[in-house]
Design a protein around this ligand. Structure first.
Ligand SMILES: C[S@@+](CC[C@H](N)C(=O)[O-])C[C@H]1O[C@@H](n2cnc3c(N)ncnc32)[C@H](O)[C@@H]1O
Ligand SMILES: COc1cc(O)c2c(=O)c(O)c(-c3ccc(O)c(O)c3)oc2c1
Length: 571
């Protein structure tokens, strides 16, 4: 979606026309966007640089620190050049059939496309001219890239007189072959509405023979770039296929089986008709490739070797019977309510709403959740499943929570984390501060008290103040305001020593390899904060700036929770 947005805005073309590395401000001004959108463009580009679609270099402009963007294989996305794969990326915006994969397994339609749209793809296109066009352009762009190589394939096409291109569509490939091999008689066979009104083709020109190694070299580079683009254009498929496996209960069924499970055992346990067996095999093949399952060879009762599925550490975290269970997180991220705002990213940059979520749904996320009990439930379960992971570790953090007597969890919601900390450190007095409507009717206990209030107004005094997943929802200015309130709350404390504990993402901590593997998900989270809310993820330098501005002197970052770190700051 982010790549689709960059194409919609014409970012590759603008950088190409600039003819030299282009700074962020040049890019924003060339795109004729208001300066207020500059930060969002910076963060989108940061993700796209990470995924290899653009690169940066220092420019010779006044400020040495200015980075200039230039094109990488994203050259294949230029609207002015051939091949141009932009239409392909832009066409892949119909994610609905992928979201219907699980329902299709359980239903009777021929394809998930039909489950989602009520008609098979070809019929749907016939009735939907806009999408028919979008799709034909995408397929044509896909053909362009092949055409560049086909013309050099003498060995394939020279020793024949006639050729039928079955399902040849708008006959781009056929035209190219004819141009290179004019002796051929070529026929394109496709559905009537596809070939209706297509003009007859002419034999045009002959292209000289090239050395095969030269073709291979050129082709390999170009098709690598194409595969890179397609991998990203289709990457939502990974989310949908994983979500489908969870919907069907595949991890649970393999877990209950207690030993490696063959395809036929799996299909029969899932109570699916044998006709769906091939589709399950292919869905599982993709999930094995992406590390969610593994296969083992074992001998069955007839001593014949069989392939069977087992769980991996990742799918063990998706079991509904266990804690932690991240299934609700996956299901929420695959939900149309969460996916649609990503498709509105480009429209939002060109429009006036506060977030792409609002562009897609007409209301900010908190308001939408208030009005949609179904989605509110799905989302809350996702956030709770995310918290389960941290609770397991928090109880071992003696050096963080042992030497204090009182703790306020600001924005602590219904107190999930506070309760987990109290279970491990029962000597603490805990207070959860959240908005009055969130903590209304929450029962106080001996050492856990709920306070309805506003953290911008006042924070109860305590030895330590905790913010889990709160700061990343707010702008720098708001974070400094909140942190200043914390200083007052800690100062009020008689011992006059204390700290603020923040649990959130820290970007750019990729000095060790484990951390580096997490960079992509952190950068995606940052763009998610643009798409869903108005917050941001921060580098250590950006965090430090906030702390200093709010009057804190020292801080310590411990990367305790995978993508999230524990940050302690001291007055
Ligand atoms: C993203 S949630 C985090 C919940 C919890 N800390 C967790 O990690 O699951 C942000 C919380 O901040 C609360 N919140 C928003 N504005 C607030 C304010 N002005 N004062 C106190 N809490 C606020 C929300 O009600 C919500 O519970
Ligand atoms: C990838 O999608 C995610 C991932 C997350 O981790 C969060 C998250 O942590 C969060 O607080 C919120 C959030 C949502 C609505 C609100 O009104 C609010 O105050 C916070 O959204 C998220 C969305």
């Amino acid at each position: 979606m982010v790549l689709g947005c960059a194409i919609q805005l014409g970012i590759p073309d603008v950088i190409h026309s600039h003819k030299q590395p282009m700074t962020l401000s040049q890019l924003v001004s060339e795109l004729k966007l208001p300066p207020a959108k500059s930060d969002a463009i910076h963060r989108l580009m940061r993700l796209l640089v990470y995924s290899g679609f653009f690169a940066t270099t220092n420019t010779i402009l006044l400020d040495e620190n200015q980075q200039g963007y230039y094109l990488t294989p994203s050259k294949l996305l230029l609207k002015s050049e051939i091949p141009n794969l932009s239409p392909y990326v832009r066409a892949i915006v119909s994610v609905n059939p992928w979201q219907s994969l699980g329902d299709w397994f359980l239903g009777n339609e021929t394809t998930p496309f039909e489950t989602a749209h009520g008609a098979p793809m070809w019929e749907f296109f016939h009735q939907n001219l806009r999408f028919n066009n979008v799709f034909n352009e995408a397929m044509a762009s896909d053909s362009q890239i092949m055409c560049l190589v086909v013309k050099d394939c003498k060995e394939v096409f020279l020793d024949m007189d006639s050729l039928v291109d079955v399902g040849g569509g708008t006959e781009i490939i056929a035209n190219t072959i004819l141009a290179a091999f004019p002796h051929l008689k070529c026929t394109v066979l496709d559905l009537p509405h596809v070939v209706a009104n297509m003009p007859d083709t002419q034999n045009l020109k002959y292209v000289g023979e090239k050395d095969i190694s030269e073709i291979l070299q050129m082709a390999s580079e170009m098709f690598q770039a194409q595969a890179h683009i397609y991998k990203h254009a289709l990457s939502y498929a990974n989310c949908m296929v994983l979500s489908c496996a969870i919907q069907l209960g595949i991890p649970d069924v393999i877990h209950s089986h207690k030993q490696p499970m063959t395809l036929s055992q799996l299909v029969s346990q899932l109570k699916l008709p044998p006709a769906k067996s091939d589709a399950i095999y292919r869905v599982m093949r993709l999930l094995v490739y992406s590390g969610f399952f593994a296969t083992r060879e074992f001998l069955d009762e007839n001593s014949e070797s069989q392939q069977a599925y087992v769980l991996t550490p990742s799918s063990k975290l998706l079991l509904k019977s266990e804690i932690p269970n991240l299934s609700p997180f996956v299901r929420a991220m695959a939900d149309p309510v969460m996916v649609n705002p990503w498709q509105s990213l480009g429209d939002w940059i060109l429009g006036n709403e506060t977030t792409p979520f609002e562009t897609a749904h007409g209301a900010p996320m908190w308001q939408f959740c208030d009005q949609n009990p179904r989605f509110n439930n799905v989302f809350n379960e996702a956030m709770a499943s995310d918290s389960q992971m941290m609770c397991l570790v928090a109880k071992d953090c003696k050096q963080v929570f042992q030497d204090m007597n009182s703790l306020v969890d600001v924005g602590g919601g219904t107190g999930v984390i506070a309760k987990a900390i109290l279970a491990a450190f029962p000597h603490l007095k805990c207070t959860v501060l959240d908005l009055p409507q969130v903590v209304a009717n929450m029962p106080d206990t001996d050492n856990l008290k709920y306070v309805g209030g506003d953290m911008f107004h006042s924070i109860p005094s305590a030895d330590a103040i905790l913010f889990k997943h709160v700061m990343h929802n707010w702008s720098d200015e708001d974070c400094v305001k909140i942190l200043k309130k914390c200083r007052e709350a800690i100062k009020d404390n008689k011992k006059n020593e204390g700290k603020v504990v923040i649990i959130d993402i820290v970007l750019d901590r990729d000095e060790d390899e484990d951390e580096a593997n997490m960079t992509e998900v952190k950068l995606i989270y940052d763009v998610a904060m643009i798409v869903l809310l108005t917050g941001r993820e921060r580098t250590e330098k950006e965090w430090k700036k906030l702390f200093l501005e709010a009057g804190f002197m020292t801080y310590k970052i411990t990367p305790l929770f995978g993508i999230r770190s524990l940050i302690e700051i001291f007055p």
